[in-house]
Design a protein around this ligand. Structure first.
Ligand code: EPU
Length: 441
């Protein structure tokens, strides 16, 4: 397995091009199942999770290809790569364990398959490093739409032989992929569906906008209530995936942490409404640009408390990175995680680098220290991995981050992007079949 080697101590200075959002691209790709016409996407990132979703869709019968077109939606008309999906003939409605276990977001094919084909059998995704990750709310909402659902031998069996029927459903708690799954299903249900207490993440809005361009009738996009008037069929479209706000926030943290000066291109400030002011409180100078933002440092890092919450609150997917920042702050920071029950897996690894962190239940008290020192570390999830890379940027000497395959699920070319900004960083190629739990340290 590959490792990343970093020699800390250099400022992050230069330009970084932000890719398309992984968590927007995954549901958008699943939405291609809703129509027998071609659906084309610009700005799909080149990531392991995208490959996993593409393999699953191909298994279901979707033809996938590449192409180029001229994107005229931005300021410049530039030739842009396209990823093309065509679900003209769905050959199976079963998503087997081997394909689903690699990526929990595979559950996103359930709603579209059920709505278009009247049935679907999907392996239960199971838990992962950050929590138990139940899908009960996806299933309850689909049942409210008239699906018959049974669980058998680790598989969800869903049937709606007479089609789905519009209804009102209130999510008892906010779920991002749950909202996306049910929204996609409701587009082809008969009559009106009202979904209350839905997720308002930019990725949900991007999906809804794409569905509208396919002919769906959706009101309330961007609010906590979506009203969907079902249609008989959806058509093809071409859609540009929104920029990755978590990648944006990650490199913005890197700029402040190293007292650097970075221009993040092809991204937007308004997708991070709580994070940006928090980073400014922590000492960042942030300037909005026509096609992105510039992040530099006041020369000081202040301790700031955060609590993760659904959008527009502080994103859980930036919690680990913010904790890495707080490890070198002047003062203390209380970090409270309210979304995932086990998302402090990076704490013991940051401690190996010399961080002063005490965890009590869902909160971590981080006392800033002047000096982190390089060590061998590893992480069990994507955002934890990148938090260790960030910590490595300011650690004295060499930091080796093991198990880089987590990173490759969600960060495109992280080592190349950082190296181009002056960081001493390289990927060390490893054995492909090294056991997953082997610790190098
Ligand atoms: N929950 C339930 N029942 C459900 C669904 C969710 O109890 O049926 C609970 C979860 O256990 C959790 C909370 O609701 O406590 C929120 O979970 P949510 O369903 O919103 O998470 P998700 O849709 O599985 C997406 C992102 C995650 C991100 C979360 C929260 C995708 C593909 N994944 O997951 O991204 O952390 O929303 O914002 O969109 C990542 O990219 O690193 C990542 C983990």
């Amino acid at each position: 397995m590959d490792k990343i080697r970093i020699i800390g101590g250099r400022p992050l200075k230069g330009q970084i091009y932000i890719g398309g959002a992984k968590n927007a691209a995954l549901p958008l790709m699943a939405a291609s199942l809703l129509t027998d016409e071609p659906v084309h996407f610009r700005n799909i990132p080149d990531l392991a999770d995208i490959t996993s979703m593409a393999i699953l869709l191909e298994h279901l019968g979707v033809d996938i290809g590449q192409g180029m077109d001229i994107d005229t939606t931005g300021q410049l008309s530039v030739p842009t790569p396209l990823m093309k999906f065509h679900a003209h003939h769905i050959k199976t409605t079963t998503a087997p364990y081997d394909l689903v276990r690699k990526m929990r977001a595979s559950i996103l094919v359930l709603g579209p398959l059920l709505a278009r084909m009247g049935q679907s059998v999907i392996s239960m995704p199971g838990g992962c490093a950050i929590g138990t990750r139940p899908i009960d709310l996806h299933l309850r909402a689909l049942e409210a739409l008239g699906a018959e659902i049974t669980l058998d031998e680790g598989y969800v069996h869903a049937r709606a032989p007479k089609g789905l029927k519009g209804t009102t459903f209130t999510f008892p708690l906010i779920t991002v992929t749950g909202t996306e799954n049910v929204l996609m299903a409701a587009c082809l249900a008969e009559g009106e569906t009202k979904l209350i207490n839905v997720a308002r993440e930019p990725e949900v809005i991007d999906l809804a906008n794409c569905l509208v361009s396919m002919g769906a009738k959706i009101n309330g996009i961007g609010t906590d209530t979506l009203v969907i008037e079902g249609v008989d069929r959806l058509s093809g479209t071409t859609h540009t995936v929104i920029p990755d706000r978590i990648e944006t926030g990650t490199y913005a943290i890197g700029a402040l942490m190293t007292h650097g000066d970075v221009t993040l291109l092809n991204t937007k400030l308004d997708m991070l409404p709580t994070f940006i002011p928090t980073l400014q409180d922590a000492g960042a100078i942030i300037e909005e640009l026509p096609n992105g933002l510039r992040v530099s440092s006041t020369g000081r890092i202040n301790g700031v408390d955060i609590m993760t919450e659904p959008y527009p609150g502080f994103p859980t997917d930036l919690q680990a990175q913010f904790m890495a920042l707080m490890c070198t702050a002047d003062g203390a920071s209380m970090i409270t995680e309210t979304i995932w029950e086990n998302r402090f897996m990076h704490v013991p690894e940051l401690q190996r680098l010399g961080a002063n962190i005490i965890v009590h239940n869902a909160s971590a008290m981080v006392r800033g220290t002047k000096k982190l020192s390089g060590a061998q570390v590893m992480a069990t999830d994507l955002r934890a991995s990148v938090s260790l890379i960030l910590a490595g940027l300011v650690s004295h000497g060499e930091t080796i981050v093991n198990r880089v395959y987590h990173l490759d699920r969600g960060y495109e070319q992280v080592e190349n992007k950082l190296a181009a900004c002056g960081i001493e960083i390289e990927r060390i190629k490893g054995e492909p079949h090294e056991p997953e739990d082997k610790r190098v340290a």
